[in-house]
Design a protein around this ligand. Sequence first.
Ligand SMILES: Cc1cc2nc3c(=O)[nH]c(=O)nc-3n(C[C@H](O)[C@H](O)[C@H](O)COP(=O)(O)O)c2cc1C
Ligand code: SF4
Length: 428
Amino acid sequence: MSVSTDVGSTSQRLLPARAVPEDLDAHLAGFGPRPHLEAVAMLDALDASGLRGRGGADFPTGVKWRAVREHTGRGGDAVVVANAAECEPASFKDRFLLTYRPHLVLDGLEHAAEAVGARRVVIYTTKSHTDVEAALRAAIRERRRRDDSDRFIDVLVGPNRYVAGEETALVSRVSGHLAKPKVVPPRPFQSGVDHLPTLVQNVETLAHAALIARFGAPWFRSVGTERSPGTALLTVSGAVRTPGVLEAACDTTVGDIVDRAGGVDGEPATVLLGGYFGRWVAADRIWNKTIDALSLQSVGASLGTGVLLVATATTCGISETDRVLTFLASQTAGQCGPCHVGLPAIAETFHKVATGRARPAAIDLLVRWSHDIRGRGACRHPDGAMLFLASAMEVFAADLRHHLKNGSCRYSGQRPLLPIPATDAGWW
Ligand SMILES: Cc1cc2nc3c(=O)[nH]c(=O)nc-3n(C[C@H](O)[C@H](O)[C@H](O)COP(=O)(O)O)c2cc1C
Ligand code: SF4
């Protein structure tokens, strides 16, 4: 993986111009000290900026900070948790940001704590991200030595499981319990870590907030679109020549982003956008679309976790989907029937279709089941998995019928394109 070095570009905000991790001296030399904003000014700036969460849900950040602050007002204390779990296998953006610019995220965390009135501040990462954990601990030590912060920022490590980064799972782990999602309401902003109002925010979102505090909402809005202002971090991979993490203004087209990643090795056929809760889209439908929410919505896609994975016609979309579905089914927290029982049944049926061991009716069954289990889990795990499946069944419809009849295709024996990580057995 590489880091984009787009020196001086207005679309290069979160990532440093040179791919060198920034210590506190370099951070202060580049950005100056963190400004001290009154809570009201910070919240107003966030609202005016139009910043939305970069952890997948695209929720307005200002609205969330206000909701936590309102609840803090009733009880007097709150908790802020930076979500650095990055459990999405095809995403590296959060780890990149934390490796190269940890202090920007820590600045954002401190702004968040001040704005919502939190005494406890935690960064939650995952067991397998040991390098990130070390970088964070070193950055926190640097700040404490400087006495730049009187706030104790804790680093907490959760299990390496897909759903352990979901906000209620993370709240449960930070409260000392298993990292399994919980039924909502109450949502974390109402009652989260140790029953206190809790702000859970993706680390990229926090870094944007730190820049907004320094440079203001109009600066943030000077790139991107009205609905999706600013820039976004993307993990570009698959059949591109220079896979890596890059930052792009939200009015950049998919084609331009792929060009910045060295272009495609072959003819692009499909794009997986948003990660394993995202959608497959035919390349010719999405190539000229900008990555802002409205533009992507017009082809049924969303930026999700910022994963942009390009596949060529020599990639077997059915084998790839088969492997991902099996992985997602294995990641259920086992608490809700439709997810615990439904996902493995769907993955198994898809596998039978993919390997030519099913009747034609299995395809209709898959379509029905994929609708039946949506909205029936405590968290969005089954919904995300089913959106991924539905897009595969649409984009690779002809291939699916071919597999049903023949059990494979000329590309199904190729080296897998989509990563499937090893995960922990436990939830601690
Ligand atoms: C199954 C599942 C896994 C998730 N994993 C992550 C994750 O690894 N990192 C993350 O930032 N958000 C993850 N989320 C989203 C969080 O629940 C939450 O919406 C997010 O951290 C909020 O931050 P944001 O508003 O800045 O996006 C996940 C959601 C679901 C449903
Ligand atoms: S929907 Fe699945 S992953 Fe989410 S809480 Fe229920 S069993 Fe766990």
